[in-house]
Every structure is written in C-alpha cells, then in structure tokens.
Ligand binder design. Structure first.
Ligand code: NAP
Length: 447
C-alpha cells in the first residue's frame, strides 16, 4: 500500500495499527507493568502528534520529520541507558552481546537525537541554514569518533567492572561520557551542512533512528523492534542514495563539502536578455497547443499553487490538450514533495511522469510550463562543465517547442547557480507569484 500514492494513506494507517498491536502485545506479555505511566506516555505522545498534524503546514513537513526522527533516536537512547541502569543498580551482570547492543543503541540514538534537532533548527530557520565551516572540522569530528570508539571498547570489556571514580562506577561514567560525546558529534557533523541539503541528512538520520531502534530491539530482545528498526534503517539508506543520485552528488559531498556556502555559489554567471510574457499571451500559446508538460518545483510549494495548476490542467484537457506533470526526484525540498502537493489537489496519478519518460521525446512537447522550478531544469547541468550542477540529471525543458517559466525574478534557486534557461530563444518568463500567474491563466481561459 505504501508503494502507491493512492493507497499510501491507508498503508500508513495499517502500519500504525500494526505497531499499536505489537506494543500492546509486548506490554501484556510483561509483568510488573505500571499501566498508568504507559497510558500517560501514550496519551501525551498521541496528543502532540495530533496537534502537530493539524498545525504543521505541508511546506514544514521536512523539519517535522526531522524532529520525529530525533525523538526516535532519543527513545532508543533512553531504552539502552535505562537497561544498563537497571542491571547496574541491581548489581546484576550483563553479557557481552547485550552490552555491545546497549552501547550501539545509546551512541546511534544520541547522534540521531542531536543531529536531528540541529537539522530541525536549520530547516525551520530557527538557526542559520548556512553551513558553518571552520578549520580542521573533519579532523575534530574524526578525533571525537575515535575517542568514542576507544571508550566504547573499554565499556564493553570487563576491565572496568570493579573500578570506581570518586565512588562512582567507572563503567557508568564511561557510558555517560560516550553519550555526551555522541551528542556533540551529532551537532558537529550536521552543522557544516547547508539547510537545503538537510532533507538528505534527515533521510540519513531517519536511517540512523531505525538502526538505533534495531539495536534497542536486541537490548530488550524484542523482535518487532528489530524488524521495524531494520526496515527504517534500510529504507532510509535507499532513499538517501536515490536523492544523492538525483543530484549527481556523492553522500560524502553532501556531508562534507559545505554545499550552499558563499564560496560554492556562482550567481551572475550567465548574461542575456530574458523575454517576459504576459498571462494573456501565455494563454494564447497554451490555447493553441496540443501537448503540455507541467514541471513543478519548490516555487509551486511556496506559492501553494497546486490547486490552480490542477484547474488549469482541467481547462487545457477540455480544450483537447494532452497534459502531463513531469516530476524530478529532488524537486522541492523533500522526497515526494511535488507528488504530495499534486495528490492533495487530486491530480490523477497516471498523469505524473518521470524525467526519463519525457526527456527522450521532449522536442515534441508544445509547451513546458515550469512552475517555480529552477535547479531541476537548469541546462548548465548539461552544458557547463564548471557548473556545480554539472552532471545532475535534469528535465530538458529548454528543448521543448516553447518553455514558459513562472517565477518572481531571475534569482537562482537552492543551489545558488544562475540558470541559462531564462535567456534561451524559446523561453518566456511569466514573472510573479506562481499562484497569481496560474490564476491569471485560468481566468484567461474562463474568459
Ligand atoms: P529551486 O531550484 O530551489 O528553485 C525554486 C524557485 O522557485 C526559485 O528560483 C524561486 O525563484 C521560485 N519561487 C519561490 N517562491 C516562488 C513563488 N511564490 N512563486 C513563484 N516562484 C517562486 O527548486 P527546484 O527546481 O524544485 O529544485 C530543488 C532544489 O532543492 C534542487 O537543487 C535540489 O537538489 C535541492 N534539494 C531537494 C531535495 C528534495 O528532497 N526535494 C533535498 C535536498 C536538496 P524566485 O525567487 O525568482 O521566485
């Protein structure tokens, strides 16, 4: 059900019910349960989730997902920590397998928690979204990681079993130190990544939260947690890989290059005369066309233009025009961003196509309407070897008969790279807010 937008909502509900059954089954199998705490915890979580679902706008979904990943990491961290605390306070011994699982749970959980909070801050603009770069950044991170590994080995060995520091168990101190270092590592490894790369980081952190849950499953010997954690871990990694491929960048480049910093932007590179067009003239072109492709991007989400887009598509179809929507995998600011918005506007799923479905025959398309997309249609990715976008697969709208670009200015998009598309002979710029422009086209059609 999750593999198709038409059934995905149902799939989510089924998954949630499945998870609830798993939790209730696990709880009823346990003795000495303080139900009152379970009920308070579940009710608080459900209340926060219900309020968040109503208050959070679709465009804020990436940071919301980031925050939820962070909570997942925190939950795993607490499970691992409490499990160790339980055996330590009763003086019981823990086998090596469990101790390694506890260590992995708290470490991955801590990195996920603090990294996700930072990603949330960057995406919600609570903190600056610019990558914070400083000298020796990767070396410092590597030293912290190495320290964690050394302390981790110490923690898992029996060398510290009887040792105390200031009367406190040395083993417990090492664990706490590992948690603090992992929290710091989560922040430091995310701080150097630009806000717009955060969706990739969030996918990766999502994968981490799954791995942390999986490790927690080994700690408390819970199969459902192991299986669901592995699923999240694997799917998060697959999604991260898909996004990196669609941007033609390696994961290392996303994590370590500081993409989006002032030095990587190349604004003002292409010069020329962009030809603007009025809604009336754009209507005349559209009215005479038999094959139109919409190419939505982040601007459609920002303008919330999806409902007008659907209305325009309906009018075009009534006029005998074939309409398709070509969705680039990294259009917008989160995976599936455009699909979600168009599904909200009830766009038939069959009309959504991928770049490889459109590009080979793009010359036969009468009009490509670019709605607030920029990087994903930038021909510099194909034409300019020095462009930061070089090699990124794009939608070749510049090769359509006519390309109408809806945006407010000639400003670059997320990558900060100028777009030669605006200066091509067959491109016309319909300047303005995408919702207002599409609304004007709809009015022209209705008139
Ligand atoms: P984009 O390159 O960021 O361009 C969006 C354009 O929308 C801007 O140039 C802006 O131009 C325009 N715009 C903004 N508000 C508008 C409004 N109200 N009305 C009309 N236009 C508006 O977007 P994209 O082509 O969708 O590309 C997405 C970028 O994000 C890619 O570089 C991708 O690699 C990156 N990214 C995506 C994801 C993901 O999961 N989707 C993840 C990480 C990174 P004006 O200011 O001139 O209006």
């Amino acid at each position: 059900m999750l593999s198709s937008p038409t059934t995905a909502r149902k799939g989510n509900i089924v998954s949630a019910i499945g998870m609830l059954i798993a939790i209730l089954t696990t709880l009823t199998a346990m003795t000495e349960i303080k139900w009152i705490w379970i009920i308070i915890g579940a009710a608080t979580g459900a209340a926060i989730g219900a309020v968040a679902a109503r208050l959070v706008k679709m465009t804020s979904m990436p940071q919301m997902v980031g925050l939820f990943n962070g909570f997942g990491g925190l939950a795993s961290l607490l499970v691992g920590w409490s499990e160790f605390h339980g055996s330590w306070s009763t003086g019981g011994s823990t086998d090596l397998f469990t101790i390694v699982a506890i260590l992995l749970t708290v470490l991955i959980g801590s990195v996920t928690f603090s990294g996700s909070l930072l990603a949330f801050g960057k995406l919600s603009a609570t903190i600056t979204s610019k990558p914070l770069l400083y000298k020796g950044q990767n070396i410092i991170n590597a030293i912290i990681l190495l320290t964690i590994v050394i302390l981790g080995v110490l923690f898992c060995s029996d060398k510290l079993d009887q040792a105390t520091v200031f009367g406190i168990s040395a083993k417990y101190m090492v664990l706490l130190f590992c948690i603090v270092l992992a929290l710091v590592l989560g922040v430091l490894s995310t701080i150097g990544i630009g806000g717009a790369d955060m969706p990739v980081v969030i996918c990766l952190l999502n994968s981490y939260s799954g791995l942390a849950a999986c490790a927690a499953g080994f700690v408390i010997r819970n199969n459902v947690l192991i299986v669901s954690g592995s699923l999240v871990g694997a799917s998060g990694l697959v999604l991260t890989n898909i996004m990196c491929k669609a941007m033609n960048r390696s994961l290392a480049n996303v994590l370590f290059s500081g993409f989006g910093s002032a030095t990587s932007a190349k604004a003002g590179k292409y010069q020329g005369q962009a030809k603007s067009i009025s809604a009336k003239d754009a209507y005349l072109i559209l009215e005479a066309s038999s094959n139109v492709v919409f190419v939505p991007g982040y601007g459609m989400a920002a303008a919330q233009a999806q409902h007008f887009v659907r209305e325009l598509a309906d009018l075009l179809e009534e006029n005998g025009t074939q309409v398709r929507y070509c969705i680039h995998p990294v259009a917008g600011r989160m995976p599936g961003h455009m699909n979600v918005l168009l599904a909200e506007a009830n766009v038939p799923y069959e009309q959504l196509v991928e770049p490889q479905d459109v590009n080979p025959t793009i010359e036969t398309v009468d009009v490509a309407i670019v709605i607030g997309a920029n990087d994903v249609v930038n021909p510099a990715a194909r034409e300019d070897q020095n462009s930061p976008l070089w090699g990124m697969p794009i939608i070749n709208v510049d090769r359509a008969q006519t390309c109408i670009v809806l945006k407010r200015s000639l400003n670059p998009g997320f990558a900060g790279v100028d777009n030669p598309l605006f200066f091509k002979d067959n491109t016309r710029m319909l300047f303005g807010d995408a919702k207002a422009s599409i609304g004007a086209l709809v009015s022209e059609f209705k008139d």
